[in-house]
Design a protein around this ligand. Structure first.
Ligand code: GTP
Ligand code: SPV
Ligand code: MN
Length: 594
């Protein structure tokens, strides 16, 4: 007996009978175990040592070039009834899905080691945390799971005490895109993933468990599992407001979570505290507020663009004990990506760097690092009860139309703003980049059930005793006629957060418009920026005619979730559409436009 829990023991035995590994290793999560895996991967070539003087404990993994991102077309959510997965998911009947993927798993671990990874998502003593066990044949996955989750003996003890856990079976298989599936069985709390070693496909605690499976558990149990960062903003008076923000993949969560205040703000005493950069689990507390935890223990962050000027906290975090995936290297063997000074000599595929082959680092190259290494890591991140949220933000890459910031007039309007979110696609998933698509609450690839039911679940938190966070929508990515971003972004985003906090505290009046409340003249602090005031006017412009079209498009999009679309959301869309008709005189900028 390796586990006191018969169900765990039985499931591991079944997985071994199917995949037929040479040996089984139960992970204890110790430092010695981690180091021995690293040594083994250096020998097999799974890892390459980086410059240990400049980057102690740092290694590079070069993945198969056909395995560099999430694969949404091969990701399935298999409820027994297709309607329960919704039009937002690919679906297969559970029996068919099991048969299909088990055929791939059959004997796939022959001659190899099967690792059993017990893990806990969230602080180990938190009532909001949930546990799982991942079985994998990839030592790279084990090493990453040790950084990204609370993995090992303590998690196994909690699982044995609770008696239940999410089951995740993973094999890298042949890394063949034609023999690859990421399957979810929410009713069985089971995940099966075959044929990819990439982050979101293979580190099953992350998107598969903490979002696709957990969103189902959350709905049943009255909480929320969201693709959100969590950040604490401390004002000069020492008061900290916690904010959660849903932005689609590669749209700025890690950056906002580790924001460095502009110089004047730093001098005044503003501070930023990082709680999480990708996933947020939240539930109402006894006082009616929403309390949030970060279920993860590390960051699996986008490398390109990370620099001293954009995110020096991330750069400091990853100067040691970090696993890099698909970055380039310099002549003296330091990790390199676009946005860093210096020049690469070897690209992400290990070839001599040649600009004709494209970027040196893969656009979705990543770093994996323990959150504890982040200079702004908050001690509240370990709080078993979580942090109370003052605001929720939605945002995406919208080159036009969406203003820099707007506030929802109430929770229902906020849910509509989240549902209507759109963004240009990024390199975080395979497929075309830069295509505008709807991505409600940044959960399009991650919501494990019908979006119509999901919107209803969001609306259900609006209870008489609830003290819900204010809801905002932001857009750091609006472009001017010259094709350049109008807003400097990064640290300057604190200016927008300051306005939100002013609204939360009731200190700022705002400007009511048909689409929401925008900053009134002078409310957005711009001292010390180089932003031209005419650009701010452009950033806060409300183009009524274009918004009418947008509301019609939102209406059509919402139609796609009938018959499960909540009537309240439909009515809210109609309310905003109606407000836009003849509502122009209430919109200062629109009214003054030619
Ligand atoms: P996932 O880990 O895929 O969920 O991504 P993420 O949402 O954490 O995105 P991340 O913070 O890693 O940012 C992705 C890219 O967006 C990077 O190349 C950043 O440099 C860029 N970016 C982040 N914040 C801003 C911003 O405020 N303005 C602009 N223009 N770019 C930004
Ligand atoms: C994302 O794509 O949203 C990520 C990276 O955070 S992954 O782990 O691949 O999901
Ligand atoms: Mn993400």
């Amino acid at each position: 007996m390796v586990s006191k829990l018969a169900a765990l023991e039985r499931w591991v035995n079944d997985a071994a009978a199917l995949t037929r590994p040479a040996t089984i290793h139960w992970c204890d999560g110790s430092e010695a175990e981690y180091q021995s895996l690293i040594r083994q991967m250096l020998q097999t070539g799974d890892l390459v040592e980086l410059n240990q003087q400049t980057h102690p404990g740092c290694y590079l993994h070069r993945s198969n070039p056909a395995d560099v991102a999430r694969v949404e077309h091969l990701t399935f959510v298999c409820h027994s009834q297709q309607q329960d997965s919704g039009p937002n998911n690919h679906w297969m009947a559970p029996a068919e899905a099991h048969a299909k993927i088990d055929a791939l798993f059959d004997g796939c671990m022959a001659g190899r080691t099967m690792y059993v990874i017990p893990y806990c998502m969230g602080p180990i003593d938190s009532p909001l945390a949930r546990c799982g066990v991942e079985i994998t044949d990839s030592p790279y996955v084990v090493a990453n799971m040790r950084i990204m989750t609370r993995m090992g003996a303590a998690a196994q003890e909690r699982i044995e005490r609770e008696g239940h856990f999410v089951k995740g079976l993973h094999s890298i298989g042949e890394l063949d895109p034609e023999r690859r599936f990421i399957m979810h069985f929410p009713e069985e709390l089971t995940i099966k993933s075959y044929g990819s070693g990439y982050g979101g496909n293979a580190l099953l605690g992350k998107k598969c468990h903490a979002l696709r499976i957990a969103s189902n558990q959350a709905r049943d149990e009255g909480w929320m599992a969201e693709h959100m960062l969590i950040v604490g903003i401390e004002n000069p008076a020492g008061k900290t407001h916690y904010v959660a923000a849903a932005f689609p993949s590669a749209c700025g969560k890690t950056n906002l979570a580790m924001l460095i205040p502009p110089e004047g703000y730093r001098r005044d005493g503003w501070k930023v505290w990082t709680i999480g950069d990708d996933i947020c689990w939240m539930r109402p507390g006894a006082d009616g507020r929403l309390y949030a935890i970060n279920p993860e223990a590390g960051f699996f962050g986008v490398a390109p663009g990370t620099s001293t000027s954009t995110n020096s906290n991330a750069l400091k975090s990853i100067s040691s004990n970090t696993i890099f995936t698909n970055v380039a290297v310099t002549a003296d063997n330091q990790p390199w990506w676009e946005g860093l000074p210096g020049t690469p000599v070897t690209d992400w595929q290990g070839r001599p760097y040649d600009p004709a082959n494209g970027p040196a680092a893969h656009p979705n190259s990543r770093f994996t690092v323990s959150a504890k290494q982040c200079p702004t890591w908050s001690d509240k991140a370990e709080d078993a009860q979580g942090v109370p949220l003052s605001a929720i933000m939605f945002g995406g890459r919208r080159p036009s139309l969406l203003p820099l910031v707007m506030e929802a007039r109430d929770w229902t309007h906020g849910v509509l703003m989240g549902a209507a979110m759109g963004s240009e696609t990024t390199a975080a998933a395979t497929g075309a980049v830069g295509v505008l698509r709807r991505d409600s609450m940044a959960m399009k690839p991650f919501c494990g059930y019908h979006y119509g039911d999901y919107f209803a679940h969001w609306l259900s938190f609006d209870q008489p005793a609830a003290k819900l966070p204010k809801v905002f929508h932001v857009n750091w990515f609006r472009k001017g006629s010259d094709g350049k971003f109008l807003w400097p972004g990064f640290g300057d985003n604190l200016r927008v957060l300051e306005w939100m906090i002013g609204r939360v505290e009731g200190a700022l009046g705002g400007l009511e418009t048909p689409i929401g409340i925008l900053p009134a003249d002078g409310e957005l602090r711009l001292d010390g920026t180089k932003v031209d005031p005419t650009r701010i006017d452009e950033l806060l412009d409300v183009d009524v005619a274009a918004w009418q079209e947008e509301l019609a498009a939102i209406g059509t999009y919402l139609d796609s979730f009938e018959p499960r679309l909540p009537e309240r959301l439909r009515q809210e869309q109609q309310r905003v559409a109606a407000a836009l008709v003849g509502g122009t005189e209430r919109t200062r900028r629109a009214a003054t436009a030619p």
